[in-house]
Write a protein that binds this ligand. Structure first.
Ligand SMILES: NC(=O)c1ccc[n+]([C@@H]2O[C@H](COP(=O)([O-])OP(=O)(O)OC[C@H]3O[C@@H](n4cnc5c(N)ncnc54)[C@H](O)[C@@H]3O)[C@@H](O)[C@H]2O)c1
Length: 296
């Protein structure tokens, strides 16, 4: 990989060439990773946070991610990248951005209010994207003045280590924007999976489906959690088994997603009793020390 790429040229937002000015709303775990990805690709990046303390923390997260890339030989120097980074609390600074990726917490009202507020500062041709992992892109687009310019860009955690981005096409998204987004994903050195807006997109729907079946198998005594995971790791070359992945994600998080998928897609996603019981007992996975496995 070239340490310092040439900055991309300023182009129309619906071009597959990366936009020159990219904004990120919310510089938390995901937003900082997204900002880092665009900085490494040569863009000018603006991160907007809710207050000065959060802005300072966001800057720290992005700078430390860049420093890690420098240590790995993926970037020439911290300064050559952070010189293209602005962190602010002022939404009006989004005005020159051709693309803004929203990464505020997964709360519907907060997403809607934040997206509307960003859109008010953008040029008509600019693209607004959401990194939401579950909310309806079509529903969010319907709240906006330019729904055709809205798309889902679902980055994975941790962003620097993950090569996947789910491109989620809302009913209102114009097809050219989907094509452009594929180009942006490639320019970030990642692979796009393009999905029609549907509950759980592709990744959560499939990931949760296999995890719920694995839980039902534990419940029925078909095999131990260890053996079920080994079947997928050794037999199907999954890097991590479905139950260990559930422990890492958090059993409470998986329960929330399963309930949402059961509501929207039907009973096949109904959470097994073992999942409800474990969450009720506070066995939330890695973060609590116990889930389907014990975590030291
Ligand atoms: N964490 C994951 O594994 C993961 C993976 C994929 C997608 N996502 C999605 O990414 C989004 C962000 O998740 P996260 O894990 O980065 O959350 P986070 O809590 O780490 O970060 C959210 C950031 O948004 C900021 N924020 C809150 N309100 C704001 C406002 N009004 N204006 C500007 N900034 C504001 C917060 O200060 C915080 O820094 C969510 O939609 C989540 O579902 C998360």
């Amino acid at each position: 990989m070239t340490p310092t790429p040439d900055p991309p040229s300023a182009v129309g937002a619906f071009s597959p060439t990366l936009p020159h000015f990219v904004g990120v709303l919310g510089g938390g775990r995901m937003g900082a990773g997204i900002a880092h990805a665009f900085l490494l690709a040569g863009c000018e990046v603006l991160v907007v946070e809710r207050d000065l303390d959060a802005a300072a923390a966001a800057r720290g997260r992005v700078e430390s991610a860049v420093a890690k890339s420098v240590a790995l030989g993926l970037a020439a120097s911290v300064e050559s990248h952070t010189a293209r980074l602005e962190v602010s609390t002022d939404y009006s600074h989004f005005a020159p951005c051709e693309l803004v990726v929203e990464a505020v917490p997964e709360i519907w009202d907060l997403k809607v209010a934040s997206l509307k507020r960003v859109e008010a500062h953008l040029a008509d041709r600019a693209v607004l994207a959401s990194n939401s992992s579950s909310l309806s892109m079509t529903g969010l687009a319907a709240e906006l003045g330019r729904p055709q310019n809205f798309i889902g860009l679902h980055f994975f955690n941790p962003v620097p280590a993950s090569t996947l981005i789910e491109v989620v096409i809302a009913q209102q998204t114009v097809p050219e924007l989907g094509d452009a987004a594929r180009g942006w994903v490639a320019a970030l050195g990642k692979t796009a999976v393009v999905v029609k807006d549907a509950p759980g997109f592709a990744s959560s729907r499939l990931g949760v489906a296999i995890a719920l079946e694995a839980m039902r198998m534990v419940e029925e005594g078909v095999a131990s959690a260890e053996d079920i995971d080994n079947a997928m790791v050794l037999g199907y070359k999954h890097p991590t088994g479905p139950l260990r992945t559930t422990d890492i994600v958090g059993l409470d998080v998986r329960l929330g997603i399963a309930e949402y998928l059961a509501e929207t897609l039907g009973d096949r996603f109904a959470p097994p009793q073992i999942l409800r019981d474990k969450v009720a007992r506070g066995e939330l996975g890695r973060k609590s020390g116990q889930g389907f496995f014990h975590w030291a």
